[in-house]
Design a protein. Structure first.
Length: 273
């Protein structure tokens, strides 16, 4: 049984000419034929499509720098210059990864992130920000970001993080936390107890989410102050105690089951007991 490959006319003519010369050239013709066939198989076989990345960045130089570097690394890159344009593109096009600056005109990165997760877009999202604060990192991860990089950064680090994220693939974002009759909607930043909406400030929501995520674990005042207020805890200040008291007034006092408990000398814990 013969095996046939599609070759162009000049290459076929070359093979025919070699075969016509006789058996002495047979092995050479096979080698040439195999080389031509391999070239065609390699060039016409299916290849994976390059991954698509959206860069949402209002600083022109930074955007050009990222686009050039990522293009050279083999990615297809689109650029949006503000939050509204970035949100529109991310909703209309399936991107593998969105690199999202936090400080953007028209719509900031937090709002873009929240709306993308609310609309069920599962593109991976990496946040870029000039501020390296625990509070912002916690906020970004709570809203559903997959990674967080602080400016200024080395492109080699960004590229390594991009490749690591894309190898890992989309991760399902935790959308809510439930404990007893308390439900925290992480995407919409809302909380309810027994179906009743709780009127929480942004800090109270962060505090409640921190306690709920680490339910059963005693959290010190120092840890809470660093995570929610991005501040070193001062034993002379009662900011944590005051805010926990206010949170309890909304989350616990109207309901028979108490969830937030004080551990004397240690801190606070959220649990059903």
């Amino acid at each position: 049984m013969g095996v046939f490959f599609a070759v162009n006319a000049p290459e076929k003519a070359c093979i025919d000419w070699l075969i016509e010369k006789g058996f002495v050239y047979f092995y050479s013709s096979l080698e040439i034929f195999a080389g031509i066939a391999a070239k065609y198989i390699d060039s016409t076989g299916p290849k994976p499509l390059p991954m698509k990345i959206l860069v949402v960045e209002d600083e022109v130089k930074t955007a050009k720098f990222l686009k050039k570097g990522l293009n050279e690394a083999g990615f297809v890159v689109d650029v949006a210059k503000d939050g509204l344009e970035g949100l529109h593109l991310a909703r209309e096009v399936e991107f593998d990864l969105v690199i999202l600056d936090v400080m953007l005109p028209s719509l900031d990165g937090w709002q873009v992130l929240a709306q993308l997760r609310e609309s069920d877009r599962r593109s991976l999202i990496m946040l870029l920000t000039a501020r390296d604060s625990i509070r912002e990192r916690v906020q970004g991860l709570e809203l559903g970001a997959d990674d967080y990089l602080v400016k200024p950064f080395a492109f080699s680090e960004l590229l390594a993080r991009v490749r690591s994220l894309l190898r890992r693939g989309p991760v399902r974002v935790q959308e809510s936390i439930r404990m007893a009759d308390l439900e925290i909607d992480l995407l919409r930043q809302r909380a309810t107890r027994a179906g009743q909406r709780l009127d929480l400030t942004s800090k109270e929501f962060l505090l409640l989410t921190l306690l709920a995520r680490r339910a059963g674990e005693v959290l010190s005042r120092t840890l809470i102050a660093e995570a929610v207020w991005d501040m070193n805890f001062d034993s002379d200040t009662n900011v944590v105690d005051v805010n926990v008291r206010r949170l309890r007034a909304k989350v616990d006092e109207p309901f028979p089951l108490k969830l937030i408990h004080t551990i004397r000398g240690a801190g606070y814990v959220m649990e059903c007991d």
